[in-house]
Every structure is written in C-alpha cells, then in structure tokens.
Ligand binder design. Structure first.
Ligand SMILES: Cc1cc2nc3c(=O)[nH]c(=O)nc-3n(C[C@H](O)[C@H](O)[C@H](O)COP(=O)(O)O)c2cc1C
Length: 192
C-alpha cells in the first residue's frame, strides 16, 4: 500500500488507456473496504457499485458508452460502475441508529433524495479513487455513458441511478496528454 501524496495526488492521472488486466476479487474487495470509510451525511452511504470484471461484461459496458468513450472502456479489464441508491434511507436503522427519526427521509420528494444521494455518493467516489490509487491501481473516471442503457443492463430491479464509471488497472502513461492546469488558490479559495 502506498498512501503517499505522490501516489494519490501529484503523480496520479485520469487514465484513458489500460492494459486489459483484470483485478483479483481480493483487490476489488480491498478497494471497497477502504472506500466505504468515506464520510457521508448521517452515514447514509448511498454509493452502490457494480464491478465489471470479465471480457464479456466490459464489452457490454463499452456498448453503453458514448462513442468517444467506447474504445477507452474496451482497453480495461476491470471497471467500477458507480451508482447512487434512491432507497439509501432504508438502511438508516442500521447505518445511523443515533438518528431520532431514521425514517424521515422516506417522505422526501425524489429530487431531494436524489440531490442528497448524489452529493454523498460523489464523496464516496473520491475516496474510492484515492483507495484504488493507494493500492497501486490507476483510475479512469468517465461520465460519458448512456445512463438508461447502463441502468437497464447492470442495475436490474433497483432504484440505483447511474453516476459514472471508473476504469481500473494499469494505465498507459504514453497515452496521456500533459496535465491541464488547475485554478490557483487565489482564484478558487478565500480565507476569512
Ligand atoms: C465525473 C468525471 C467524469 C469524467 N468523464 C470523462 C469522460 O466521459 N471521458 C473522458 O475521457 N474523461 C472523463 N473524465 C476525466 C477528466 O477529464 C479528468 O479527470 C480531468 O481532465 C483531470 O485529469 P487528470 O486527473 O489527469 O489531471 C471524467 C472525470 C470525472 C471525475
């Protein structure tokens, strides 16, 4: 494991081309065991993940990608499909026994549930990327997929909503463009 700032931040890139190797089930579980510790509101843990880990299922996923992401997806041996669960609140009695009204969210309108689930799943996805990098894997996050196609192909009879895909494995550094600039501290932050 390498939790250095180099492995998680300064040397890590968003990869577009992989070598086709598959992660072992142990590696996949190790990534989840770290990612699940991400902080979320009320410990709601709305992130759901389908790990795609066969040539056949990667091809099925590639067919759901928008055209500019299809070949990138086919280079990967493993991908995580990240979703947020609109039924996340049904786990509150277990995940948040300290809550006074663990069932209060049941009455929320779908758009409110969706905002809450999306915001907290996004936090978990950031941790998942950091966890995968710490465990030695490169990541290729991609949002350009046909959401409805992914949901019908991979989520079955659930209220999971597609968020994004993270390709996992060994990225090909030679396929990377130079890193794009980020906003300077002065442009993005204030200290008051
Ligand atoms: C939520 C999300 C969606 C993204 N969607 C795509 C995509 O559809 N296709 C793609 O090639 N890259 C996609 N990217 C990669 C970004 O372009 C990349 O993370 C960004 O340019 C920073 O690159 P760097 O990490 O190498 O510095 C996505 C990244 C994120 C986090």
């Amino acid at each position: 494991m390498d939790f250095s700032k180099e492995s998680i931040f300064t040397n890590a890139r968003s990869h577009k081309k992989f070598g086709g190797e598959q992660l072992s089930e142990n590696d996949i579980k190790a990534i989840y065991e770290l990612a699940k510790l991400a902080p979320t509101a009320n410990n709601s843990c709305p992130l759901r993940i389908v790990f795609v880990n066969t040539v056949e299922s990667i091809e099925r996923l590639a067919k759901c990608a928008l055209d500019f992401n299809q070949e990138k997806t086919r280079t990967a041996g493993t991908a995580a499909i990240l979703a947020y669960d609109l039924d996340f609140h049904t786990n509150f009695t277990t995940l948040a026994p300290h809550m006074k009204q663990p069932t209060a969210h049941s009455g929320w309108a779908v758009d409110r549930l969706e905002r809450y689930a999306l915001a907290n799943a996004n936090l978990q996805i950031g941790f998942l990327i950091a966890a995968a990098r710490a465990l030695g894997f490169d990541c290729g996050p991609m949002g350009g997929f046909d959401s409805e196609a992914v949901e019908s192909q991979f989520f079955g009879d659930t209220r999971w909503k597609f968020n994004c895909v993270v390709l996992l494995g060994r990225g090909d550094d030679s396929a990377l463009h130079p890193r794009a600039p980020r906003l300077a501290f002065e442009d993005a932050c204030r200290i008051t």
